[in-house]
Design a binder for this molecule. Structure first.
Ligand code: PGA
Ligand code: ZN
Length: 372
């Protein structure tokens, strides 16, 4: 739980003076004199000081900021880059970027019910080349949209937000853009989706209102994605169902889980309790990992360890509301899962992560490996 001031006269109530004050007056004395490389113990001490079940007392924004600063401080004091400090000598695996080039749902005032349509340049030989594949396709997509008189302004995660006729049209356009940029759909660049179905689930039905595609039951959503996977080069679907529709997640994992990645985000929230349930119930085969869903570096690593143990994939992710901080770039390399979701090829809050990954790949030189 992020702690916001709630003072309507400052930043519409979203100010963070209380959280900053908690860092300076309550957390700082707790940590003073300790070695920052004792990450797990210090994260646990902050959780204990907070005392609430959801970090609402000190604010998860206060705790996570400090938790990440501990990692950075420890890396500095060891004279190591952050990825090498967090990941050790095995940290040489650059992630495939999931690049969200068409933004819908809550992230944009577009015609799409589904939130994210992403490029997945898994056929590239290196991260540096993957980014180029993605950036060139993003610009090819821009030209296609302009030619059709559609808007090329961008949504929260830096993807375009045109008023399209249907959710399918977004996939069609992406395939066209991949080809126009000179790449092979499927082989060089595949598609990843995050419908974020909780955002259009109401009264037991999935309401595809924006696109005018009517209401769908949980089972009909499974059928829809079965059709899509046959029609488009889709390799990953996140949040195909509402966060509480575990039967829906189970059904799609049963049907498509041996062909593609089924990622849980809103249902798992980077929390080992829910990830354990997901593993037990075979509700997904991968988890989205967001540091600020759980609130410390240590707890995030625990979530990843649980995924690894179950043979699940994991994708290190940004948020729609982001900063320019590039921690997750180093974190993705350190954790070695081979996938990162950090937006399109625009907006500095997204690009900062890509720039950092370019830097890391260059620094690793011949030792770098790319892919999932
Ligand atoms: P959010 O979206 O940061 O708005 O939750 C990202 C996602 O759904 O993966
Ligand atoms: Zn999501």
């Amino acid at each position: 739980m992020e702690l916001r001031d709630g003072d309507p006269d400052r930043y519409g109530g979203k100010g963070v003076r209380k959280a900053v004050d908690n860092v300076n007056r309550r957390i700082a004395p707790l940590l003073k004199g300790h070695d920052p490389s004792h990450q797990a113990a210090l994260d646990a001490a902050m959780i204990e000081l907070d005392g609430s079940p959801n970090k609402s007392e000190l604010g998860a924004n206060a705790i996570l900021g400090v938790s990440q600063a501990l990692s950075r401080a420890a890396a500095e004091s060891h004279g190591l880059p952050l990825y090498a400090y967090l990941g050790g000598v095995g940290a040489f695996h650059l992630p495939i970027p999931m690049m969200n080039v068409l933004n819908g749902g809550k992230h944009a005032d577009s015609g799409m019910d589904f939130q994210e349509f992403m490029l997945y340049p898994h056929g590239a030989p290196t991260f540096t080349e993957a980014l180029r594949y993605g950036a060139e396709t993003f610009h090819a997509l821009k030209s296609l949209l302009s030619k059709r008189g559609l808007s090329t302004s961008v949504g929260d995660e830096g993807g375009f937000a045109p008023k399209l006729k249907s959710n399918e049209e977004a996939c069609e356009l992406i395939v066209e853009a991949i080809e126009a940029a000179g790449f092979r759909p499927g082989e060089d660049i595949a598609i990843a989706l995050d419908p974020a179905a909780s955002s259009f689930f109401e009264g037991g039905l999935y309401r595809l209102t924006r696109s005018g595609q009517g209401n769908k039951t949980s089972e009909e959503m499974v059928s829809l994605f079965e059709t899509w996977v046959k029609r488009f080069p889709i390799v990953s679907i996140e949040d195909s169902h509402d966060e509480n529709d575990w039967d829906g997640y189970k059904a799609i994992t049963k049907s498509l889980g041996n062909q593609i990645q089924i990622v849980g985000d809103d249902n798992l929230v980077t929390n080992t309790r829910f990830i354990a349930k997901g593993i037990e119930e075979k509700a997904c085969n991968a988890a989205l990992i967001k540091l600020n869903q759980i609130g410390t570096v240590t707890e995030t690593i625990s979530a990843i360890q649980l995924c690894r143990k179950a043979g699940w994939n994991y994708v290190i992710s940004h948020r729609s509301g982001e900063t320019e901080d590039s921690f997750i770039a180093d974190f993705a390399v350190a954790m070695g899962g081979g996938q990162i979701k950090t937006g399109s090829a625009s907006r500095s809050d997204r690009i900062s992560k890509y720039n950092r990954l370019l830097e890391i790949e260059a620094e690793l030189g011949g030792a770098a490996r790319f892919g999932a």
